[in-house]
Design a protein around this ligand. Structure first.
Ligand code: GDP
Length: 434
């Protein structure tokens, strides 16, 4: 899947543009139970083409006084990881030296880029937008992120310049696993631990983008593709502490995967960078298994594992129904168990629950425990069905779906997790008019 990155100096309107572009789609994805709204990463669907969009500025606090050096690094990372760059400038302030500097960096690469002149809120400003020709980046697209003018044409241009979506060829049908996590948690050591036992069961398949290598793994009756093993091994010391870095580096892999193995470092616990990646997995509704790695380094007493597990579940709440393994890439403890479980998550995620089963099992529970009465009216859930989407999605039909609120949706999800085997599988629930 393609990634579009928005870059530019602070206050040119990057996040307003981001919100404008993801708007329609987000209204839907945000209804996923428990998914916190992500202000920097979203999916866009325009004339049948889907792509991801990332606002690089969104990952920096207090973006007014952000160091220029930091922006330069973000621009480079965006160039490395994205398929297309939207370089945003501001007609209100006009061209600045820093704009020129960013343009100098961008012009050195062959990435598709679009120069976006923002804040063209009225027609007179088009003349001012034309001034940005001087950046040597082609025709500036005059838009107003505030009122939306020009954004449709911009999206047309984005779709035109994006490379075609590619699939993995004959390997496309295999279960696709990904090892994700922030730097130094032990991802590449885990890949080595998985493969070193028996090198000849591994086939490396070069991926569709530069430097991606997917590895086909056949073992213990499992046949799957481990995505982007080259990316996992790739070492970049640039700004590894940034959430933006983690997201930018893992987004493509997560989007392509069916199940993600999220690796944490047992010596560090679970922090905001880990959660940023966890949110990406959830937002894309991919299966997930958590590996608490470097477990060999922990001094343990009888409660250590239980306490650690409780902490992880608390941070992942409300999506707590996730398999967790305490692994060591060094001793290989539980590494293969975690992979086997990832395969089980894969199977659970593609298992269809029939309409008759839903109506015999979950629906009666909801009839006995209806949503609270609203405006003097009784709310009744009549029947349920699983929608034919790639990630498990359930529609519940009711007389007054608009009155059903988040807590009840949580209740429904919890009941479903008790009834069906959904560990590690994010699900989506909709209430619809009967
Ligand atoms: P990556 O950036 O996530 O791929 O992390 P690496 O695999 O490069 O590991 C980072 C460091 O942690 C290296 O020095 C590894 O040797 C070390 N390491 C990785 N996994 C383990 C583990 O399970 N136990 C111990 N003790 N060290 C580990």
């Amino acid at each position: 899947s393609n990634i579009v990155a928005i870059v530019g100096r602070p206050n040119v309107g990057k996040s307003t543009l981001f919100n404008r572009l993801v708007q329609r789609r987000d209204a839907i994805t945000d209804s996923v139970a428990g998914v916190t709204r992500d202000r920097h990463y979203g999916r866009v669907d325009w004339v049948g083409r889907e792509f991801s969009i990332i606002d690089t500025g969104g990952y920096v606090d207090g973006s007014d006084d952000i160091f220029e050096g930091e922006i330069r690094r973000q621009v480079r990372l965006a160039i490395d990881e994205a398929n297309l760059i939207l370089f945003v400038v501001d007609v209100e302030t006009g061209m600045t030296d820093f704009d020129k500097e960013i343009a100098d960096i961008l012009r050195r690469y062959k990435k598709p880029m679009i120069l976006v002149a923002n804040k063209v809120d009225n027609p007179q400003r088009f003349a001012e937008a034309a001034d940005f020709y001087r950046l040597g980046m082609g025709e500036p697209y005059g838009i107003s992120s505030i009122n939306g003018s020009g954004t449709g044409e911009l999206l047309d241009k984005v779709v035109e310049l994006l490379p075609p979506d590619q699939d993995l060829g004959e390997e496309e049908e295999l279960p696709k696993l990904a090892i994700v996590g922030r730097p130094n948690v032990g991802k590449s050591s885990l890949v080595n631990a998985m493969f070193e036992e028996d090198r000849n069961i591994v086939t490396e398949i070069s991926g569709t983008t530069r430097d991606t290598v997917n590895t086909r793994f056949t073992k213990f009756g499992m046949d799957f593709l481990l995505l982007d093993t080259a990316g996992v091994r790739k070492k970049t010391k640039v700004h590894e502490d940034l959430e933006f870095y983690s997201v930018m580096r893992s987004v493509r892999t997560i989007e392509n995967a069916d199940v993600c193995m999220l690796v944490l470092d047992a010596t560090l616990g679970i922090e905001s960078q880990d959660l940023a990646i966890f949110n990406l997995i959830q937002k894309n509704r991919k299966g997930v298994v958590i590996l608490v790695n470097k477990w060999d380094l922990i001094n343990k007493d009888t409660n250590t594992m239980r306490d650690f597990e409780a902490l992880v579940r608390k941070r992942c709440a409300p999506f707590v129904d996730i398999p967790i393994f305490f692994t060591s890439a060094l001793t290989r403890q539980r590494v293969l168990k975690a992979v086997e479980e990832a395969m089980e998550v894969y199977k659970r995620r593609i298992t269809k629950i029939s309409t008759s089963k839903l109506n015999d099992t979950i629906v009666p529970i909801l009839k006995d425990n209806p949503p609270p009465m609203t405006k003097g009216k009784e709310i009744k859930i009549k029947f349920a069905t699983m929608l034919p989407t790639h990630a498990p999605t359930f529609a519940f039909y009711a007389n007054l779906p608009q009155y059903i609120k988040e807590p009840y949706k949580r209740f429904v999800e919890n009941q479903m997790r008790k009834l069906y085997d959904l560990s590690g599988v994010p699900i989506q629930i909709f209430f619809r008019k009967k």
